[in-house]
Structure formats: C-alpha cells, structure tokens
Unconditional design. Structure first.
Length: 390
C-alpha cells in the first residue's frame, strides 16, 4: 500500500471518530435535559399555547368576580369577609379577586372583559350580554324573586290613572322590566303614556322619590321598607305577580370557563358552603352575620331575605336550571321588553332578516343539553359538583 493511500484512510478514520464523538455529546446533552428544544422557524423558540399554560401546575390563574350590594347576593359578601376566596385558592389552584360596585358598573365591566364572573339577574344578562355579543354561561341560578323587586307610588295619591306620570327606575334593570310588566298588564303603553326617569344607581331611589314630580319608583330591598316607612310609599305591584320571571344568576365568560374550569367549581363550592350553614345548627349565627353585612336588624333582614327564594342545595339549583318551560316563558316577555325599548342586538337582527337564522328569539338563549347560544344555561359544572358536594 502506498503512502498516499495510507494517509487517505487515516484521514477518513479520524473524521469518523470525530463525528462519532460529536454525536455522543449531543445525545448525552439531550439525555441530561439540555438543548432539547428545537428553534421555531425564523430562529425563535416556540411560545407556549393557552393549553400549555392551563396545564402548568405552577401557574395560578388570577380571576375577578363581581357582585353588587343586593339582598340575594349577601352570601358572596360573607364569603369575602371570611376569606373564602383566598382559602379556596390552593384547592382549585386559582386566585379569585372579589369586587363590588354599583350593579350597572359591574355589568359594564363584565362586558368590557374586566370581570370574569358576575352575579346578576337574568333580565340584565339577556339585555346587556346578548346585546353586546358577550358569549357567556349561566352556571348557577342562585334563586328567584318573590317580592324583592317592587313598584311603589305615593300612598296619599288615589290617582289610578298612570298616564303622563313619571316613574324613576334604574334603566334596563329587573325593576324596569317589572314596571313594564305592570304597565302592559294595565293596558298602558310604556314610553308613550308614562315618563321614565333613568336612575344611575339603586341607592339613589329614596332620594329621587323625594321629588314630588316623581309619581312612582321601581325599587329593590333593602330600599323597599325604607320607602314605605320613611316616605309613606305603597306597593302597587311586585315580583310575586310575575312568578319565576326574575331570577338571580351567576354568569361566567365562556372563554374563561373553558380555559379555567376550576373557576366554576370554586364559586359553586363557596356558594353552597354558605347555604349549607343556613340549613344546620349554624343558621342563626350565619343569618346574624349576613344581617350585619347589610346593616339591618336581624328581624328586618329575615323579612327581606324571605322575598328571595334561594336555591340552597345543588339538587334544588339543578331543578331550577332545568326548568326550561318557565325560562322560555320569561324569555318571551323579555323579548317584548327588548323590542319595545329598541335594545335588539343589531347583528342578530340583520342575520334574522337575511334568513341566516330562523328567528331572533331562538338565538338569544340556550338551555342545558342544547347547542350553545350567546347566553347558555350550562348545567354541566353544577351537575358534576352535585356528585361531590357533601
């Protein structure tokens, strides 16, 4: 063999040994956990997706839940006072910030994606969330109104002719809806024969009623007994006249619920933990605490809380969620209210007129087990929770 051939073979052998050593180093590095990620196109590393972050056990989601100062929602305030939102953080691996404000402001914050969940009424949910194209899920029907909303007029007035009179209400609220139902029942056309004065907050109602130009007001507890006692008002119509129509609900943004399903579990756990205390030996002390929060004497609080039929067990709440017949009946009245006041969702209206949808009404709300519409009554979280709650 010539010297030249020997040199060529030596070079090939050395190149093979070098390549083998580099490959071994890369394998060892990969085995030890280094250098395993491949760069994405363009030279940058791939960013984690939403699903990746959802499964990251070290990440604690920061979520916001809002409820207004309302007799039906005082259990949410008691949970805040007792640090329940913080106490459930470890169990459900998320952080819930409870916030309160005037109801109209909370509704707007939910629409603006500043809140992930909200305690509200079915009336406001349909008007505001459907009207603003906010896809959301009702995960709990907290209860129904049985006199918690009322229409009051001056007791010294014997005038039963309401034409031309001024009624003050918080616009497009459950109280406004109740006023509408009263007027229609008495064959009075809203906005045509009655003047509506918009009130920014429910807390302003007693002050507004002092104006003699205001004939009547739509109010909720705790203002109703104050108006009767301090200003001599009398109730001419309340929510007992419209059974099952005004419901108190817990709503979560659909995109948030899908990304953080534990939010529904935590909120349901918090609610029913308080409800459980109202059924046992701690009922008295729990009612005392709720009365203190709303600054009412216990006897007066007991009277007011009786105007709300609370769903205090998961099974009772499931029955309310599945009462589709009653909810559809209410939706017909809400539908009329929305049309009378020009509150239709313009997108749904245009699609209905173009024939893309069979009817506007059918697109507003969907019920358990059906295809999700803009506002969906989603019984799955409650159903799953009911199996585990003790």
């Amino acid at each position: 063999m010539s010297f030249y051939q020997t040199a060529i073979k030596a070079r090939i052998f050395l190149a093979f040994v070098l390549l083998l050593s580099l490959t071994s180093c890369d394998y060892i590095s990969s085995f030890m956990g280094g250098g395993g990620a491949k760069p994405a196109q363009g030279g940058s590393t791939a960013k984690p997706t939403a699903n990746d972050s959802k499964t990251n056990k070290n990440e604690v989601a920061q979520l916001k839940f809002g409820a207004g100062y309302h007799i039906a929602w005082m259990p949410w305030f008691l949970a805040q006072q007792e640090n329940s939102y913080q106490n459930y953080a470890d169990k459900y691996h998320l952080s819930i910030e409870f916030t309160t404000d005037e109801q109209a402001k909370l509704v707007q914050r939910f629409v603006d994606k500043e809140l992930d969940a909200i305690a509200t009424t079915n009336i406001e949910a349909v008007i505001q969330f459907v009207g603003n194209n906010v896809e959301s899920d009702v995960i709990l029907v907290v209860g129904r109104s049985e006199g918690n909303e009322a229409l009051l007029v001056r007791s010294n007035s014997n005038d039963s002719n309401y034409g031309g009179k001024t009624f003050a209400v918080r616009q497009f609220s459950a109280e406004h809806y109740l006023l509408d139902r009263f007027l229609i029942r008495n064959q009075i056309i809203p906005n045509q024969y009655v003047k509506i004065q918009n009130v920014a907050t429910a807390a302003d109602i007693p002050k507004i009623f002092m104006d003699n130009q205001v004939f009547g007001v739509g109010a909720t507890n705790p203002n109703i007994p104050k108006l009767i006692k301090d200003q001599g008002a009398q109730i001419v119509f309340d929510s007992r006249e419209t059974p099952d129509e005004i419901n108190y609900i817990l709503v979560v943004r659909r995109e948030v619920l899908k990304q953080h399903p534990n939010l529904s579990k935590a909120l349901l756990d918090i609610w029913f933990s308080v409800m459980k205390r109202l059924q046992g030996t701690r009922r008295g002390t729990t009612l005392d605490a709720l009365a203190d929060l709303i600054k009412l004497p216990r006897r007066e609080f007991d009277t007011q809380i009786a105007s709300v039929s609370l769903n205090d067990t998961p099974n009772k709440a499931l029955s309310a969620m599945r009462n589709v017949r009653a909810m559809k009946k209410t939706m017909r009245h809400v539908n009329y209210f929305i049309k009378r006041h020009g509150l239709e969702n313009t997108r749904l209206v245009s699609e209905a007129k173009s024939g893309k949808r069979e009817s506007l009404y059918s697109e507003w709300v969907s019920y358990p087990g059906r295809e999700e519409k803009m506002l969906h009554y989603n019984a799955k979280p409650l159903q799953q929770f009911a199996y585990t709650f003790e």
